[in-house]
Design a binder for this molecule. Structure first.
Ligand SMILES: [Fe+2]
Ligand SMILES: [Fe+2]
Length: 230
């Protein structure tokens, strides 16, 4: 089984590959047709998912070990998690922008810069230092935890809206809600998480409907006030 260093470096390689694919494929500025833009949307959604899962797994399994084992671990972890949450939010915001809009490419470029800078930080500063202080058994254990999380996420991926919604990324409750325990416990936990996710989606849709109703009422109010001619 791969240790934490191999698992994370493989994750980084996959994220970099997805970024390269996006950089080299047609976009709205260089004449992409509708089919190419739809494909671009899919690629970005897949990157959002991959990136979010990678960083959530690090927040759950990796940064706590950095904090514990490295002399300047707390500071490193704080810096790393801040970079991750900022990039996760930038990526999540992309979900609400149409690939036809110029803003989409600008936002994607910002996200790519943030993601690459963060991967460089981990690979050049954190991982080499952690390698010196983490024993191989612990490295294997954390590697296995991250791999299990990734598998559980892939199994639950069939559900709609699996990627975190904008604004839902700042907390780590989602990260805490999975990982650890036996494979059986993780399976049960995966089902619970899936159910929770479905309930959350329903709740979000309900809130959106309420907000729309609220807004339409709000739009009518000034007219009423004006109409009364107070
Ligand atoms: Fe990473
Ligand atoms: Fe990270």
């Amino acid at each position: 089984m791969d240790d934490v260093f191999t698992v994370l470096e493989n994750g980084h390689r996959e994220i970099r590959r997805m970024l390269r694919e996006l950089e080299s494929s047609p976009n709205s500025a260089n004449g992409a047709n509708q089919a190419a833009l739809a494909r671009r949307r899919q690629l970005v959604d897949r990157l959002i998912m991959e990136h979010s899962q990678h960083e959530s797994a690090e927040q759950e399994c990796f940064w706590p070990a950095v904090r514990e084992l490295m002399a300047n671990g707390a500071q490193m972890a704080e810096q790393g998690v801040r970079q991750e949450q900022s990039a996760q939010q930038t990526m999540a915001d992309l979900r609400n922008i149409d690939p036809q809009e110029q803003k989409f490419e600008e936002q994607l470029r910002t996200a790519a810069q943030e993601i690459k800078a963060h991967i460089d930080f981990e690979e050049q500063q954190v991982l080499p230092a952690l390698r010196k202080v983490m024993d191989p058994q612990r490295a294997q254990q954390i590697g296995a935890q991250i791999a299990q999380r990734k598998q559980a996420a892939a199994e639950g991926r069939a559900r709609p809206h699996a990627a975190p919604r904008p604004g839902a990324l700042k907390g780590t409750a989602q990260a805490r809600s999975s990982g650890g325990g036996s494979p059986r416990q993780q399976g049960q936990q995966g089902q619970q998480n899936q159910k929770r996710g479905q309930q959350q989606n329903q709740q979000n849709r309900h809130q959106e409907q309420e907000q729309e109703q609220e807004q339409s009422r709000g739009r009518e109010k000034p007219k009423d006030t004006m109409g009364r001619g107070r």
